[in-house]
Design a protein around this ligand. Structure first.
Ligand code: BG6
Length: 475
């Protein structure tokens, strides 16, 4: 029987849940990211790095800052209302993540917090009752701060077992609610908040790749365990796919661009899907004096526990030049400007055709089912005098990207799902703003957490609901 196409959305624990101190939750890296009123929207990537001094200053002076993710959108309390809205919207899948610090406040405990587990079970029961499939990201761009201050973050191999203890607890407790898992969201993003490396550490690049290696091993341990528990469990990769075009047809640009695409994107998929370090990584490691510690046992684990499907986020594309060239923002990092593309308020380039290209490339290279687990546009949405939110730019963005995906399917690519980011407004991951909105559902809160937190359906909500109804009728 043909499997039902997954139409849905993604959110994450740190950006949605709020309730940051409920059941003695520990402090995660995302609980320490503060809102900066003087934010430069086109250059937020500099805030993804940290020094020990800056971290100490933040921890010692927490009362001086507003930390938006501590409030999120209060999903941990409002989940029933939100899931009801998701049901009305007509989606059949929702991806969210588990906050590591709710189950293991410091990350290195042996026993998990039962109250937090039970609270998640209550939420997942409501998804089940509403027949909305759940996809669980075990870890979404955050970690207990204690694992950085005490152990030095992911460069330390001890984190493999701390993560495994967390992942095992997640699988044991929640496998009745899902059979699709993402061990790490956007594993290719090397920020302080995901890897726990300080920007001034010696041999930063070598440590970054050691940290990635340790995450690959941790993910594969989780896959090995998950498959033993239930052989129907499926595990997906998740990388932030940042595809680049050569700035011009100058062969030097073309060559550099090819290499950049391999190192920034395919390197991660090659390991997770093919089970080994790609041949081109040898030279990259040599050129950059990267010598990672990988045991034979770890490499065998990676080889024997590849991911089942490819999931990735797609927001925009960039360009590559062998010389200095004008840049603009992209998903977490800046990219080369493309004169053919428009940008949103944050400088992210809008490129639906790029999605078709990426889908074709990925399928040609890996021949695995593809799931788009994030795609959407950050916009400033205003409530007008009549209480309506007319977000035509979002409707245009999503409809053009869905069209590009359908064209790729028509090209012969196997796509199993389209999960937009995010069906409801959440706090922005990179900029900490509430006013960088992606949702079909508006949340009445501002950048300083002031507001009723009421939910309002935007124009795009009705458009997407209608679109899904038509899709179902035609299939
Ligand atoms: C992805 C993340 O990088 O992009 C999400 O997985 C994030 O967590 C999304 O929210 C959009 O980025 P931002 O910074 O605009 O929220």
């Amino acid at each position: 029987m043909k499997k039902e196409f997954l139409w849905g959305g993604s959110i994450s624990a740190s950006q949605a849940e709020g309730a940051f101190d409920l059941y003695e939750k520990g402090i995660s890296t995302e609980d320490l990211r503060f809102y900066n009123e003087k934010i430069d929207r086109k250059n937020v990537s500099k805030d993804l790095y940290m020094t020990p001094e800056k971290l100490k200053e933040i921890i010692d002076n927490q009362d001086d800052y507003f930390f938006p993710k501590r409030r999120g959108i209060d999903f941990f309390n409002k989940y029933e209302e939100d899931i009801k809205l998701f049901k009305e919207l007509g989606i059949n899948v929702l991806r969210t993540s588990i906050a590591w610090t709710r189950l293991f406040p410091n990350g290195d405990e042996n026993e998990a917090n039962i109250d937090a587990i039970n609270h998640y079970k209550k939420i997942f029961e409501v998804f089940k009752k509403n027949k909305i499939k759940l996809i669980l990201s075990i870890s979404h761009l955050e970690m207990p701060i204690n694992l950085i201050t005490k152990y030095g973050g992911w460069k330390n191999k001890k984190l493999i077992n701390f993560y495994f203890n967390f992942a095992k607890t997640v699988i044991d407790n929640f496998n009745v609610y899902t059979d699709q898992w993402i061990p790490f969201n956007e594993l290719n993003h090397s920020t302080f908040f995901t890897l726990g490396l300080f920007e001034n550490e010696e041999n930063y690049l070598e440590k970054t790749y050691q940290a990635f290696h340790n995450q690959f091993v941790a993910a594969c341990k989780a896959i090995e365990y998950g498959k033993k528990q239930n052989r129907n469990n499926l595990f997906g990769t998740m990388i932030g796919y940042m595809y680049s075009y050569p700035k011009t047809s100058d062969p030097r640009n073309v060559y550099k661009c090819m290499n950049d695409n391999w190192i920034k994107n395919d390197f991660f998929l090659d390991i997770m899907i093919k089970g080994e370090y790609p041949w081109y990584s040898k030279k990259y490691f040599l050129d950059n004096k990267i010598d990672i510690k990988a045991t034979k046992k770890e490499l065998a684990l990676i080889k024997n526990n590849v991911h089942d499907f490819i999931s990735f986020s797609y927001y925009s594309t960039g360009t590559t030049s062998h010389q200095n060239a004008e840049e603009t923002s992209g998903n977490l990092f800046s990219v080369g400007k493309n004169e053919y593309l428009d940008v949103n308020e944050w400088g992210w380039q809008i490129d639906p055709m790029g999605l078709r290209i990426v889908l074709n490339n990925l399928y040609e290279k890996y021949k695995k089912p593809l799931m788009i687990t994030e795609n959407g546009i950050g916009l400033i949405d205003e409530v007008d005098n009549q209480g309506n939110i007319i977000d035509d730019a979002r409707i245009n963005y999503i409809s053009e990207h869905i069209l590009a995906m359908k064209e790729a399917i028509n090209d012969g690519v196997e796509v199993i799902g389209y999960l937009m980011w995010s069906p409801i407004d959440v706090v922005s991951y990179s900029s900490q703003e509430m006013s960088k909105r992606y949702g079909f559902i508006y949340v009445d809160a501002n950048d300083l957490g002031q507001g009723t937190y009421d939910r309002i359906k935007k124009k795009s909500f009705y458009w997407f609901k209608d679109f899904l109804e038509k899709e179902r009728m035609n299939n």
